[in-house]
Design a protein around this ligand. Structure first.
Ligand code: HEC
Ligand code: HEC
Ligand code: CU
Length: 434
């Protein structure tokens, strides 16, 4: 979280690039500010009207070609250099680095969810090894959010119904804030995540200790969806074409469209082709593809795109093999008893404490203080005692029973947190007596 100037630390190469650019603009602007203001003050004193001086006529000066040329040329060069330098940095930050690992990031009121190539996911915590570049594919489930990493000097909007991308170079191990920088509702200020960059060794060790990764990698999930959704009725993967173009073609190629324009086959184009196929019709094909808006969730579309990219062959599936090797080890550890301390950490990292206080005060949701064993009233008039089963349901499927007087805004955690994590959180909630 350090300020780069204060600590001389560069969390990422983008930090140094953006800081140097701002420093350049600031220093040049400051130089001209002091020059102009200094001369202004000097002339005001030097040529002031003196007491007792004879009134004299102002000299009649009719312009100077030399001076005019100078004061047009110098500012033009200065401003053009700002533009050129800014453009160079912008281009460098936006150019896809080769071999980047894809991570899907979904913004939701009020948390960030990360989905990794191996099929696992996490909430409010992006944990990555130092070194290799990352490609973040950003989207939103509800309103516009903005993905902001101050220590990297990077910010990008997350827009519903569209993919945007951001490239990260996690050069230096450390923990950095990820903030939402777009006002997105009552709990906007609590929409925060952590970017944890670990040394590659520590990261590999952490992965080994982690719970078993999802049974299927993201691309494998996508393969299942493509088979199940009837895409293969109209699309072959390669070889002889069916009604639509083959799906196994190179990612990133140029696609010619019916209207004569062309487009690069990137993630956003694939997303649109699946959800709104009529928006861009491939040249030489009939516009008969149905939309899959209703039948595929945003997560499904992300998985299908991961699969289509894997078909195009050039993606290394690195993270995955490492993840699978770890599975055997975890079995041996067995189940630990749910620990309240672990539950407290989870409540912090998962963003529960953004909406729930532990001191009786009301934030977005009811306070956790004294919750266990309390009588709870629901919007629909029903009542229940807050026992373990109730807490479990409230966290997994909050929509099932909405507490009276509160908005129905709590996200579902079903499938997002493991059974052990859930037990740990409940153990923690039980310790919060009044
Ligand atoms: C009824 C037949 C049909 C079905 C079912 C169908 N498609 Fe298509 N698809 C087409 C046709 C025809 C085109 C080319 C015309 C166009 O762009 O709309 C196309 C275009 C595409 C493109 C753009 C291809 C390119 O080369 O630019 C993608 C990606 C795609 N489909 C993916 C899918 C996926 C994924 C599914 C299943 C979820 C699917 N399609 C189901 C007929 C179909
Ligand atoms: C976006 C804000 C938000 C987040 C994040 C959130 N909650 Fe909630 N939670 C609420 C609201 C609002 C309610 C009351 C309405 C309802 O029952 O759905 C609630 C209700 C609950 C209840 C029932 C409380 C009662 O008094 O009966 C429990 C238990 C709970 N949340 C636990 C959690 C846990 C654990 C987490 C983190 C894993 C979490 N919540 C994350 C907003 C949130
Ligand atoms: Cu937000």
């Amino acid at each position: 979280m350090a300020n780069a100037y204060a600590l001389g630390e560069a969390a990422s190469r983008t930090t140094g690039q953006v800081d140097a650019l701002f420093l350049f603009i600031t220093v040049v602007s400051l130089f001209f500010f002091l020059l102009v203001e200094g001369l202004l003050i000097y002339f005001a004193i030097r040529y002031r009207k003196r007491k007792g001086a004879e009134p004299s006529e102002t000299p009649d000066i009719r312009g100077s070609l030399f001076l005019e040329t100078v004061w047009i040329l110098i500012p033009t060069i200065v401003v053009a250099s700002f533009f050129y330098y800014g453009y160079r940095v912008f281009r460098d930050i936006r150019t896809p680095p080769p071999g980047a690992t894809d991570i899907h990031v979904v913004g939701r009121q009020w948390l960030f969810e990360f989905r990794y190539p191996d099929g696992s996911s996490s909430i409010n915590e992006l944990r990555v090894p130092a070194g290799g570049p990352l490609k973040l594919i950003l989207s939103s489930d509800d309103v516009i959010h903005s993905f902001y990493i101050p220590a990297y000097r990077l910010k990008q909007d997350m827009v519903p119904g569209q993919y945007t991308t951001l490239y990260l170079h996690p050069d230096k191990a450390g923990t950095y804030y990820i903030l939402c920088a777009e006002y997105c509702g009552v709990a906007h200020s609590t929409m925060r995540a952590k970017l944890i960059v670990m040394e590659p060794d520590a990261y590999a060790a952490w992965r080994e200790k982690k719970k078993a990764p999802a049974a299927l990698s993201l691309a494998e999930q996508g393969k299942g969806l493509v088979e199940k959704s009837g895409c293969l009725g109209c699309h072959a993967l390669e070889g002889k074409e069916k009604i639509g173009p083959n799906l196994g073609q190179d990612f990133g190629r140029k696609v010619l469209l019916e209207d004569g324009t062309s487009v690069t086959a990137n993630e956003e184009y694939l997303r649109e082709s699946i959800l709104d196929p009529k928006a861009k019709v491939v040249k030489g094909y009939p516009a008969v593809m149905p939309t899959f808006k209703e039948s595929l969730s945003p997560d499904d579309v992300g998985a299908i795109i991961a699969y289509l990219k894997s078909l195009s062959g050039d993606k290394e599936k690195d993270g995955k093999e490492e993840g699978e090797k770890g599975v055997g080890k975890e079995e041996r550890e067995g189940k630990e008893a749910p620990s309240a301390q672990k539950g407290e950490e989870l409540a912090e990292t998962l963003g529960c404490l953004g909406c729930h206080s532990v001191d009786g005060s009301v934030r977005v949701g009811p306070s956790f203080e004294g919750l266990f064993g309390r009588q709870v009233e629901f919007e629909d008039g029903g009542k229940a005692t807050a026992d373990e089963a109730y807490l479990r349901e409230s966290i997994n499927l909050p929509r099932a029973k909405v507490v009276k007087g509160f908005p129905d805004v709590m996200p579902e955690f079903k499938g997002k947190i493991s059974e052990e994590d859930l037990s740990a959180i409940i153990a923690y909630l039980k310790t919060l007596k009044q």
